[in-house]
Design a binder for this molecule. Structure first.
Ligand code: ZN
Length: 603
């Protein structure tokens, strides 16, 4: 008799279902509890995956076993004589990196969506049999996953295994048609699995990706924590996002962001894609091995609160793009443009005056993952402000220690103490380690950047490495920053965010303190005319641009189904674009610091 828990999983493409049979050889003789996680590590929101279970029955070898739901995540199966089988079906139609999605083109799932946890047996090894869909027309499908194979051939249906439940749910599975591009760096075999139609130069992507992987492995030190790594890259018409796992990641990208054949430049889209791949890969160390204590172990049925997400997402966001310039995938100027965009995002967010970086982390469960029309006014992202603080800290350490210490060494020490040992990082330890490794006293720095809503200015830190921060008036409400505007004209702007993906001038957010807010405009309003002239999304900004700063315009607006008018005095606004450039002359110290920070020659 097989002693380990066995999960037999089979997609039913036409029904968008995943069928699972969980066989428990040694159930609790008094009755067995099973539960499904309420959230997926890496995405900090209670999602109650049990809501997607359509049917669930239990039986032993003789008869049906009664099942009772105990709470929203947990079921109780009555006492049995012998092995217990729990048979259930999961609706899977969420095409996101954190989701599960099945249709006639493929099947994809994250384990936390489909694998019931057998209470009391969480630490035991498990087997997983991945079975081809019943209909022979799917029998050419292959399987891509970082789960360890037992009987299954490479990329095939068959038997896999996991060390315990937490390991089981850390290996997403893709079934269908896909291409595989493999490469080996520093004794780690990497499979780049490309899912979806495209006409891209994937070999170029493979070369760039292998440089980034090698950089990150050597950054933390050989050997890497994984022997194999799988990138599950899904190509979509419109998609962006990723989710990290210990030895794989799920990435969704826009088809247009893939590199074209014979194109030697790095397009903005391709740069975004490389940054995303770099980000998820860096997480294999920073959040999958180095974790906050609150995640060690994960508590999968409730919120796991930590004030440290800026370390895990902000520092990762800092290094994902820094690795692009250090490995020479992009130029120094290109990297400075990315930092200009980062500054523009942070300094265009009024919410930075309301929420500290530590609060942003702690409140992720109720705010960051539940954005609404007021989020920009009330919250700050621990990704973007966290990356800006990481940048400041890195440059500060380099300057204060005369280039003897940097954030690189800090992360390496954190890796050795908390990553290699898999000990959770207690809430206050990171700051202590930075002070210990650098010898600098940084209490004021951390109080100001992590625990205060006072504005935190990046220019003095950039100056330490000879980078100048220039600030210009935004030329558009959709300003992304990083590039000097074509002209320096003062443009009237409405200081609102428009809803994407619609041809209407639909207000998604009205910035606090803006002329639009003072005039009474509100999120959800649709502007249909300016001074009697009809406007749509495409022409709205050019129509506004015909007026002068200080002029009053009459807006016709639908609020719900009521036509209303508002008078707004146009201002040039506080929206700005931030542009970084190397200073025209550098001191010797600035030149040395800049060179070692970006790994490039500065003449
Ligand atoms: Zn991340």
């Amino acid at each position: 008799m097989r002693e380990t828990v066995l999960y037999q999983v089979q997609a039913i493409p036409e029904k968008r279902l995943i069928d699972v049979k969980c066989t428990i050889p040694n159930p609790d003789p008094l009755g067995q509890r099973v539960l499904l996680p309420a959230w997926i590590p890496g995405s900090y929101l209670i999602r109650n995956f049990s809501g997607h279970i359509v049917t669930l029955q239990a039986y032993d070898h003789e008869q049906v076993v009664p099942v009772q739901m105990l709470d929203k995540n947990t079921w109780f199966c009555g006492p049995t004589c012998g092995p217990l089988v729990v048979h259930y079906q999961v609706h899977a139609y969420d095409l996101t990196p954190r989701g599960a999605h099945v249709d006639s083109t493929h099947a994809f799932f994250n384990g936390s969506r489909v694998f019931l946890q057998v209470c009391g047996q969480e630490e035991a090894a498990v087997h997983i049999e991945i079975i081809a869909p019943f209909d022979p027309k799917y029998h050419h499908w292959r399987v891509a996953t970082s789960l360890e194979r037992v009987g299954a051939e490479s990329f095939s249906f068959g038997l896999y295994q996991a060390r315990h439940y937490e390991d089981l749910i850390d290996h997403p599975v893709e079934m269908g048609e896909f291409e595989v591009f493999s490469f080996e760096v520093v004794e780690v075999v990497h499979d780049l699995v490309v899912i979806g139609k495209h006409r891209a130069d994937i070999n170029r992507l493979k070369t760039d990706l292998s440089c980034l992987c090698e950089y990150h492995i050597r950054f933390f030190g050989v050997p890497a924590p994984m022997k194999k790594y799988t990138f599950l890259l899904t190509v979509l018409n419109d998609g962006y996002g990723g989710l990290e796992h210990c030895s794989s990641s799920v990435i969704h990208c826009k088809r247009a962001h893939l590199p074209k054949f014979n194109d030697i430049k790095v397009s903005d889209g391709y740069r975004t894609l490389l940054g995303l791949l770099s980000h998820e890969y860096f997480h294999a160390w920073n959040v999958k091995c180095i974790k906050p204590s609150a995640f060690s172990p994960y508590h999968l049925t409730c919120e796991n609160y930590t004030r440290q997400l800026w370390i895990f997402e902000g520092i990762t966001s800092y290094y994902d793009e820094l690795a692009l310039v250090r490995t020479k995938r992009i130029s120094k100027e290109n990297y400075l443009e990315l930092l200009g965009q980062l500054c523009t995002r942070v300094y265009s967010t009024p919410g930075r005056f309301k929420q500290t970086l530590e609060q942003a982390s702690f409140e992720a469960w109720i705010k960051f993952y539940r954005p609404d029309e007021n989020s920009l006014n009330a919250t700050i992202s621990y990704y973007t402000k966290g990356a800006l603080v990481a940048l400041a800290l890195d440059l500060l350490l380099r300057h204060e220690t005369n280039n003897q210490c940097s954030l690189d060494q800090v992360m390496q020490v954190v890796w050795q103490r908390f990553g290699m040992t898999r000990q959770g990082l207690p809430e206050e330890y990171f700051e202590r380690i930075v002070e210990e490794v650098s010898g600098c006293r940084l209490k004021d720095f951390f109080d100001r950047t992590l625990r205060s809503t006072e504005d935190f200015l990046i220019a003095p830190y950039l100056e330490k490495v000879g980078i100048v921060l220039n600030i210009f008036s935004a030329s558009s409400m959709e300003e992304v920053g990083g590039r000097k505007p074509m002209d320096l004209l003062e443009r009237p702007l409405l200081e609102v965010k428009l809803k994407p993906g619609t041809s209407d001038v639909h207000l998604a957010c009205v910035f606090e303190g803006s002329a639009a807010e003072m005039a009474g405009l509100a999120p959800g309003d649709i502007i249909i005319a300016v001074n009697g002239f009809r406007v749509d999304r495409v022409h709205f900004e050019s129509v506004i641009a015909h007026y002068a700063v200080g002029e009053e315009v009459l807006l016709h607006v639908f609020r719900r189904d009521i036509l209303m008018t508002f008078k707004v005095v146009l201002r040039s606004g506080w929206l700005h674009t931030y542009v970084l450039a190397t200073a025209s002359s550098l001191t010797e110290q600035q030149r040395v610091l800049l060179q070692s920070w970006l790994n490039c020659d500065i003449s």
